[in-house]
Write a protein that binds this ligand. Structure first.
Ligand SMILES: NC(=O)c1ccc[n+]([C@@H]2O[C@H](COP(=O)([O-])OP(=O)(O)OC[C@H]3O[C@@H](n4cnc5c(N)ncnc54)[C@H](OP(=O)(O)O)[C@@H]3O)[C@@H](O)[C@H]2O)c1
Length: 267
């Protein structure tokens, strides 16, 4: 986080597991107030207790909310306002994937993915940016993905939602520059979290990913917070992920289409 800028209150969505939990743990020592949001309240309460035990001076608040529901997002804002918990650091991390062919996908799961990855992230930004501008301070971390760089067969909708996140994040960053509110798109490659269990359709089949490409969640979050500190537009945590991102960004589209045609799920 900017050495000169300090944040008093941070809100982390999807804090009940994976990257969100890790964001909460690494941000906690740097703020006075921390707001944890996800659906699984028990996990949020456990995390809050753990943080309070280590950092008794930090006020930790838990809000169980289904971010796929617009009304719950509005209620969240009302509660934050009334309890003096409007964040000056927003980490839009909650998200999910769906791995498999589009034709046989479940509409309910696709709708949740569109709702959480795109709509909730955009709505929370929309609800919270005006007060950041008004107060003259703030920062936003939008958790996107390496998948945002390319159309991925068998991950078609997920990759498209993340393309939205990266594009939105970069444009918002330019709009908010005059207000000195940094916006960072975090674009991880594979990370061991609950993401794979949620995304896969068959509990006996894991999503294909090379073990050597996994980056520990601690490293993903540490590199992301350092990137926010230097006001970077995007971060691809881990040198292997950064190298893949560079290659994908520079390959001619025609070559990419050919390469992406080798679908691991089919082979
Ligand atoms: N792991 C990876 O390989 C990877 C790679 C690139 C990008 N990402 C991105 O990283 C972010 C975090 O994912 P993760 O890897 O940490 O996966 P995860 O362990 O499955 O965590 C996802 C989080 O999102 C929350 N969430 C999902 N649906 C929600 C809803 N309707 N309302 C509120 N919260 C909801 C979950 O909480 P509840 O279930 O308790 O609601 C959970 O805390 C996601 O945006 C994901 O796309 C992950």
């Amino acid at each position: 986080m900017p050495a000169t800028a300090s944040y008093s209150c941070a809100l982390v969505t999807g804090a009940s597991s994976g990257l969100g939990e890790e964001f909460a743990l690494q941000i906690a020592p740097r703020v006075e107030k921390l707001v944890l949001v996800a659906r699984r309240e028990t996990l949020l309460v456990e995390l809050a207790d753990r943080i309070r035990a280590e950092l008794p001076h930090v006020e930790v608040a838990v809000f169980a909310a289904d971010l796929n529901r617009s009304a719950e997002r509005e209620q969240l804002l009302e509660q934050l306002s009334s309890r003096g918990l409007l964040p000056d650091l927003l980490v839009n991390n909650a998200g999910l994937g769906d791995y498999g062919e589009f034709a046989s996908s479940d509409w309910g799961k696709l709708q949740s993915m569109l709702g959480v990855n795109i709509e909730a992230l955009t709505h929370l930004s929309h609800l919270l940016v005006p007060q950041m501008i008004e107060r003259g301070r703030g920062a936003i971390i939008q958790v996107s993905s390496l998948a945002s760089l390319i159309p991925i067969p068998d991950f078609a909708v997920y990759a498209a939602t993340k393309a939205y996140v990266t594009s939105f994040s970069e444009a918002l960053r330019l709009e908010l520059r005059e207000h000195r509110i940094p916006v960072l798109a975090v674009c991880p490659g594979p990370v061991r979290t609950e993401f794979g269990e949620v995304a896969r359709r068959d509990p006996n089949k894991n999503i294909p990913a090379k073990k050597s490409f996994y980056v520990p969640k601690q490293q993903v979050v540490a590199e992301s917070l350092a990137a926010l500190q230097r006001d970077a537009a995007r971060i691809y945590p881990g040198w292997k992920t950064a190298t893949i991102a560079w290659v994908l960004s520079n390959l001619p589209r025609v070559v990419l289409r050919y390469v992406m045609g080798f679908r691991p799920r089919r082979s």
